[in-house]
Every structure is written in structure tokens, then in C-alpha cells.
Design a protein around this ligand. Structure first.
Ligand code: GDP
Ligand code: MG
Length: 441
């Protein structure tokens, strides 16, 4: 019995509009998935809230569970958030020589990305590119860029020992103009952490070069930290885009969402390895799948959903066994009937209901009748719905009037409710006593 009943409740919860509870349960899992994917806590929280508002009340597609539906909404929202405006990977590099400033923490992949991007601009767009390293702190840094330049066939600004970053920026600008370059790229020095000196230095360089693009290079494996870095660089320097490196690692890419949420700036490229051609245009769909781990989460959400449904069904069964079948229960059944194509189909599914099914048929149940009955229940107060025994003459009149119907209509509904409640009680008791067969008769 409970199996068949729960089959009905299965359908109850699996159809119609997404309830608050459906959405909340599913989103709890989504939030965990986001955090596991290294999305920063405040960003995950905001994101989940946005999805909740979007999802609640949305109709559930027939063939999917609310959980799947929520995941789809999450997935779509994620792609929306991740996708910036404009063409993916596009750079403002008209008006030669166009300066591109590369900023970020030490070890984030600035130098590597500078070379990768230079190669891409040269190979794909046929641009003449000049690269300059402004990293005067690590002795090998300028040399590193020079080596990469030779490797990819891109010119680097000759190294002059003892120069300050500002001097190098001026020289790069000069050389790019005189040498007829389309683009010049400034690879700045990073720090292990954000500090004032670094920011001041980058600001000075920025004001000299007035770059068309200021790209923040962020290690895609950093989670929570990425947010502070992005916030700081964007507010102090004003970035135009983000490059996420190390997306070839096992990180789940949560930094992408954090970056977008915090800066609102587009993610232009992702670094997918140490090789010079391991740079790709950012694709929101790919990252969204990775962040959510779609397969995982659908399973997770479904599991959560099953538990929820089982709990609900059990709770209802317990109430029915105690003979509690109130107007709210009836209303739910009636609404379900409307969705499921009439009374008969649902009655047919409930053991012991065949008798009533006939009765119902005779009463000529159709959508119109169901709608009227629902209207009557809606016209009741909360107390009345929970306890229909309260309904004496004056209340009946009020309710019927509220629904635009007659008291006789309400009496019919009440009679039906009593019959159903009796039936539920009997079935419940028998179910408890293990006398299922009798109930089936
Ligand atoms: P910088 O200090 O910001 O200039 O960082 P570097 O460009 O010197 O990069 C630091 C290290 O990260 C180097 O060993 C790079 O080869 C490596 N690296 C940079 N980008 C990527 C990437 O997308 N994937 C992987 N696996 N390694 C990268
Ligand atoms: Mg470097």
C-alpha cells in the first residue's frame, strides 16, 4: 500500500511548479558543489540566492524532477554569469601600437601568458608584437621573457640593467611606436601578496602606457584568495579582463565564477598548460560544467530529492493512519488530479478507491468541477482547512460565497472529504496491521 501511495506522492512532488522546499533542498547541494569547486563563500551565497529567486515558482518540465530542473536553472544562470559582454577573447588592439598591461600576483603565470598571448596575436591575427618585462626584482625574470620570445619568434625589448619599471615602460612605448609594432605587451612584476608598493608601481606604469587592455592573470587553482586579488587589482588599477591559468590542473574552476562576480569583467582566456600554445578563449559552457560537475550534482540532487519525497510521503502516511486527512490534503489531491488528467486516473492508482472512482465518475468530475472544489477550499481559513469539523452553517455560507458557489456545492465537497478521510484511515490501519489484502478488496 505505502509503495503505491508513495508512487502517487512521487508524482505529486515531481510535477507542477517548483516549491520553496524543492528549490531549497536542491540548492543546498548546489552550494556545496560550488564551494568544492573553490568558488568563494560570499560569491556562492549570492549566486545561490539569485538562483533561488529565479527558480521558485518556475514550472517543472514534465519529464524531469524538480532537482534536475533546479540544476538546469543553476547551469543556465552560471553560464549567464560567466559570459561577459562582447565576443569571447576579443581584445581592443586597434590603433597601433596598442599597449596591453599584464598584472597579477607572482607565480600566477603572467610571463608565460604574456608570451602565449603574443604568439596567438602573431599567429592568428598577424600582429607584430613587442614584449617587455618590467620585473626588475627577480634577476632571471627579464631573461625568462627574452628566452620565450626567441622560442615563439616575438621580439622583446632589449634588457638595460638598472632601469626602473617606469623607465622600461617608456622605452617600450617608444620602441613600439618607432618600430611600427601593432601591439606592445608589458609584463609586470608580481608579489606574493598584494602590497602598496606593487600597486603604486603598476599605477605608474599604467599611467605611462595608458593600456587599452589590462589583463589580470589569476591562478585558476586559487579559490577564496582569488577574490581578494581581483577586488584589489580592479579597484586600484582597473582591469579590463581576466586570464585564468592552470586550468589544466584538477582545480574545478570556481575562481572563474568568483572573478566574474567580483569584478564584472570578462574572462578572456584560460591557460591550459605550460606550452606556448596552451591558451584558449574562455568558454562559459565548459567551465560551468566543470564547476557544477553536472553528472555528480544531478545524482546528488536526485538523492536529496528522493529523501525529501520519502520523508513527505511517510509524514503523510503517518497522518492518514491517525485519520488525519484535512482540507489541505484534499486540495493537494484535487490539484494533482487536474494535472494528471482527471479523477479517475488517480483513483485507479489508489487501492480501495475503485468504489469512489465510480461515484466520482457519476458526479461528472471534470476540470471545471475540480476548479470549483479547489476554489471552495481556498475560500476557507487556515484553521478551517486543518479542521473541517469547524464548518457550521454561518461559516459554510461565507465560504460558498467567497468561492462564488452554493452551500450545496460545499456540502458535496465535505461529503467527499469525509469519505476520503474514512478511506485513508481504514487503509492506514490495515496497512499498519499488515492486512493489505483486505484493503485491496
Ligand atoms: P609569473 O610569476 O606570474 O610571471 O608566472 P610565470 O609565467 O613565470 O609562471 C609560473 C609557473 O607557472 C611556470 O612554471 C609556468 O610554466 C607555469 N604556468 C603558467 N601558466 C600555466 C598554465 O596554464 N598551466 C600550467 N600547468 N602551468 C602554467
Ligand atoms: Mg613573471
Amino acid at each position: 500500500l505505502s509503495e503505491r501511495l508513495s508512487g502517487v506522492f512521487d508524482r505529486l512532488t515531481k510535477q507542477g511548479a517548483l516549491s520553496d522546499e524543492d528549490v531549497k533542498t536542491a540548492l543546498r547541494e548546489v552550494r556545496v558543489a560550488l564551494l568544492e569547486a573553490d568558488v568563494s563563500l560570499p560569491v556562492a551565497r549570492d549566486f545561490v540566492k539569485a538562483v533561488q529567486e529565479k527558480a521558485t515558482g518556475q514550472a517543472v518540465t514534465k519529464s524531469v524532477t524538480p532537482g534536475q530542473q533546479v540544476v538546469k536553472i543553476v547551469h543556465d544562470t552560471l553560464i549567464d554569469v560567466l559570459r561577459g559582454e562582447g565576443e569571447p577573447g576579443a581584445l581592443k588592439i586597434d590603433n597601433p601600437p596598442a599597449p596591453i598591461l599584464m598584472v597579477g600576483l607572482q607565480g600566477s603565470g603572467k610571463t608565460t601568458t604574456t608570451a602565449k598571448l603574443a604568439k596567438r596575436l602573431k599567429d592568428r591575427d598577424g600582429k607584430r608584437v613587442l614584449m617587455a618585462s618590467l620585473d626588475v626584482y627577480r634577476p632571471a625574470a627579464q631573461h625568462q621573457l627574452e628566452v620565450l620570445g626567441k622560442q615563439i619568434g616575438v621580439d622583446t625589448l632589449p634588457i638595460v640593467p638598472g632601469q626602473k619599471p617606469a623607465d622600461i615602460a617608456k622605452r617600450a612605448k617608444q620602441q613600439a611606436t618607432m618600430g611600427g609594432y601593432d601591439v606592445y605587451m608589458l609584463d609586470t612584476a608580481g608579489r606574493l601578496h598584494i602590497d602598496e608598493v606593487l600597486m603604486d608601481e603598476v599605477q605608474i606604469v599604467r599611467d605611462i602606457a595608458t593600456p587599452r587592455e589590462i589583463l589580470l592573470v589569476v591562478d585558476g587553482l586559487t579559490g577564496q584568495d582569488a577574490v581578494n586579488v581581483a577586488e584589489e587589482f580592479d579597484s586600484k588599477i582597473g582591469i579590463t579582463g581576466v586570464v585564468l591559468t592552470r586550468m589544466d590542473g584538477d582545480g574545478r574552476g570556481g575562481a572563474a565564477l568568483s572573478m566574474r562576480a567580483v569584478t564584472g569583467k570578462p574572462i578572456k582566456y584560460v591557460g591550459l598548460g605550460e606550452k606556448m600554445d596552451a591558451l584558449e578563449t574562455f568558454e562559459p559552457e565548459r567551465i560551468a560544467g566543470r564547476i557544477l560537475g553536472m553528472g555528480d550534482i544531478v545524482a546528488l540532487v536526485e538523492k536529496a530529492q528522493e529523501t525529501l519525497e520519502a520523508e513527505q510521503a511517510e509524514r503523510m502516511m503517518r497522518r492518514f493512519q491517525k485519520g488525519q486527512f484535512n482540507m489541505n490534503d484534499l486540495k493537494m489531491q484535487l490539484e494533482q488530479m487536474m494535472k494528471m488528467g482527471g479523477m479517475e486516473s488517480i483513483m485507479g492508482m489508489m487501492p480501495g478507491m475503485a468504489k469512489m472512482s465510480k461515484q466520482v465518475q457519476e458526479a461528472g468530475f471534470d476540470d471545471k468541477v475540480l476548479k470549483r472544489q479547489i476554489a471552495l477550499i481556498q475560500s476557507m481559513t487556515k484553521k478551517e482547512r486543518a479542521n473541517p469539523a469547524l464548518l457550521q452553517a454561518s461559516r459554510k455560507k461565507r465560504i460558498a460565497k467567497g468561492a462564488g458557489l452554493e452551500v450545496s456545492d460545499l456540502n458535496k465537497l465535505l461529503k467527499m472529504h469525509r469519505q476520503m478521510a474514512d478511506m485513508m484511515k481504514k487503509m492506514g490501519k490495515m496497512g499498519k496491521g499488515g492486512m493489505l489484502k483486505q484493503a485491496m478488496k
